[in-house]
Design a binder for this molecule. Structure first.
Ligand SMILES: NC(=O)c1ccc[n+]([C@@H]2O[C@H](COP(=O)([O-])OP(=O)(O)OC[C@H]3O[C@@H](n4cnc5c(N)ncnc54)[C@H](OP(=O)(O)O)[C@@H]3O)[C@@H](O)[C@H]2O)c1
Length: 266
């Protein structure tokens, strides 16, 4: 990879997207770049995808730095924030996107504590404490007037409210993350930092590859009122609107991006 330092001397707005190499995070990074943001693109294991993303963004005249960090590990989260500070000097937007499904979908009468602990670390504790660290940094930046506003987006899931008894650990982690979004919205209200929760529906990415055929059928039968899969770009466009400031009086909002899945139908 060529040294991209020269490209990031004077970024305008800077966004940190966790889990940006693949799936929904990748689409969010591309959309934010198109909106004029310089990107800190976090990845955990898939370095090749993150570097391909960075090259694509740079090829379009944008700015993107891939940063490796496991969001479930405290020292990695701290290093990630330090890297953003060193390379960009500011952060305007955090998108807590990184997340994992359980390695196996096990009935909740049999699922393991190991899977539970892992998903809580990655899907809940990780973004909670990353947000705590970033919120404090944003408050300092607002005080010094180095950023005009701070914005934080939590990517939760329809699993924050819909039960799946073969992945109870995942559902609990997302329900907890939804509360984390509400808590940060409350704590940061009136301090210049917007906090919004986006709840994706069933989105076609690697995460659901193993169950694609099941969902193809159920979506066609009406599980999703719009009768189609969601795509990463559906989520990315919603993040772009938030990043543009279009939702700046909506702190604490929970926005379903799910083709109407959340409707209770009679
Ligand atoms: N797909 C859906 O139907 C759906 C629905 C609702 C909500 N969501 C949520 O949307 C988010 C993105 O999901 P996706 O469908 O795009 O999944 P995906 O295609 O499996 O991609 C997951 C991304 O998260 C990253 N990641 C996983 N664990 C990480 C960790 N510990 N630290 C840093 N990065 C990590 C991965 O990085 P590496 O590639 O480097 O491992 C990858 O970039 C997740 O929070 C997921 O729960 C997805």
């Amino acid at each position: 990879m060529s040294n991209p330092q020269s490209a990031v001397r004077n970024p305008q707005l800077v966004a940190l997207v966790t889990g940006a190499g693949r799936g929904i995070g990748r689409a969010i990074a591309l959309e934010l770049s198109a909106a004029g943001y310089a990107l800190a693109a976090n990845y955990r294991a898939d370095r090749a995808s993150a570097e391909t993303l960075a090259e694509e963004i740079r090829g379009r005249g944008g700015c993107c730095e891939p940063f490796q960090a496991d969001i479930g590990v405290a020292a990695d989260r701290e290093r990630l924030v330090q890297l953003c500070a060193e390379r960009f000097g500011r952060l305007d937007l955090l998108v807590n996107n990184a997340g994992q499904a359980p390695a196996r979908r096990d009935d909740m009468l049999e699922a393991t504590e190991e899977s539970f602990d892992h998903l809580m670390a990655v899907n809940l504790k990780g973004p909670y404490f990353l947000t705590q660290r970033v919120a404090n940094w944003m408050l300092e930046q607002l005080e010094k007037k180095t950023i005009p506003a701070g914005r934080i987006v939590f990517i939760t899931s329809l699993s924050a409210y819909a039960t799946s008894t073969n992945r109870g650990d995942y559902c609990i982690s997302k329900a907890g993350l939804s509360m984390a979004a509400a808590l940060f919205a409350d704590r940061l209200a009136g301090r210049g930092i917007l906090v919004v929760e986006l709840r994706p529906g069933i989105i076609l990415t690697d995460m659901v590859a193993k169950v694609k055929e099941v969902y193809d059928k159920r979506i066609a039968e009406g599980l999703v009122p719009e009768r189609r899969w969601g795509y990463p770009a559906d989520i990315a466009r919603a993040v772009r609107a938030i990043a543009n400031g279009d939702f700046d009086f909506c702190t604490g909002a929970r926005i379903d991006v799910s083709g109407g899945f959340q409707l209770q139908r009679l």
